[in-house]
Design a protein around this ligand. Structure first.
Ligand code: NAD
Length: 294
């Protein structure tokens, strides 16, 4: 889609971070923005910034994990604009906890938002794109959709799935003038480190510090998203660590996974020595636990 001017663009999670920056970047290119988020105040701020940039937008309180609400939202936009040209399925959350200790409810919550939110956003807006004979869907995955990270099994599951979903959908829509892109950012300076649910508070404190100090600005992701829509790119990598890990994973997949896991485990133990001691105790207790009768 070479021309973004005059297009209708839906962005989920538009009240903060990457969603906000992408909304502003698309508005600067002349698109009319449809903002969706559960955070109304955040969306209001995004709408203000869009106005200041000379753009127009409407804001909609939508939980992307709610299938019925997503359908009603798509119907609302169909009535309001009669079409949708671009959808950026960006809303997402992070939960960091070991799979063994974490709850299934938390796992489901991550899947509901990070994966189902993306599937609903694609499924419910696609009919309008097919009707118009043109469109582009952008789905936000992560570096965690390229390489695995201990303590992030639920998040990683959804981000690998978003990548698989995007590539499969792109293949199915080939020849119909509707592009699909998956986006893989590394560390980006947004609210995600603060708003993530992290079992280890020492780790969360350090993450917030790291994201502030080393994270790249969300505008970098936004600019790449705009270019990907214009060039119909299949995949977008953002930040140096993502390029390095992507290459490492292609050249030596199992070594890359092992090195990354070892690095992350050491990192966590260095931040919180108690975490290392607890892990060792748990491993010991697991070995001594009585076996269930068959
Ligand atoms: N920041 C990073 O380093 C990074 C790296 C890789 C991928 N990502 C991905 O980028 C996307 C955006 O994250 P961000 O970093 O801008 O975080 P952020 O926390 O700044 O923004 C996320 C936005 O999504 C909204 N949201 C959360 N749950 C929602 C729901 N159920 N329905 C609607 N909106 C909801 C939040 O209210 C918030 O406004 C996420 O999918 C995240 O996984 C972020």
């Amino acid at each position: 889609m070479k021309k973004i001017k005059g297009k209708i663009a839906v962005v989920t999670g538009a009240g903060s971070g990457i969603g906000r920056a992408t909304s502003i970047a698309l508005a600067r290119k002349g698109a009319t923005l449809v903002l969706a988020d559960i955070n109304e105040a955040g969306m209001r701020e995004t709408a203000k910034l869009i106005s200041a940039a000379g753009g127009t937008s409407s804001a909609h309180v939508v939980n992307v994990a709610d299938k019925r609400r997503m359908q009603a939202f798509a119907d609302e936009i169909d009535t309001l604009h009669g079409r949708v040209d671009i959808v950026v399925n960006n809303a997402g959350i992070g939960i960091l906890d070991d799979f063994v200790e974490g709850s299934l409810e938390d796992f489901e919550k991550v899947v509901d938002i990070n994966l189902w939110g993306v599937v609903y956003g694609s499924k419910m807006f696609l009919p309008m794109m097919l009707r118009a004979g043109e469109g582009h869907i952008v789905n936000i995955s992560s570096l965690a959709g390229i390489i695995s990270t201990p303590g992030m099994v639920s998040y990683g599951t959804t981000k690998f799935a978003v990548r698989g979903f995007s590539e499969s959908l792109r293949a199915e829509l080939a020849g119909r003038n509707i592009g699909v892109t998956s986006v893989h950012p590394g560390m980006i300076r947004t609210n995600i480190a603060k708003s993530s649910q992290v079992a280890d508070s020492a780790l969360q404190g350090r993450m917030v510090e790291w994201f502030e100090r080393y994270g790249r600005p969300p505008e970098r992701v936004a600019d790449k998203i705009v270019r990907a829509i214009q060039n119909n790119d299949m995949r977008v990598l953002v930040t140096p660590e993502t390029y390095v890990m992507d290459l490492f994973k292609r050249v030596a997949p199992s070594v890359a996974e092992a090195v990354n896991a070892q690095f992350m485990n050491r990192f966590r133990k260095a931040i919180n020595p108690e975490y290392g001691a607890k892990k060792a105790q748990r491993a010991d207790a697991d070995k001594k636990a009585p076996r269930h009768a068959a």
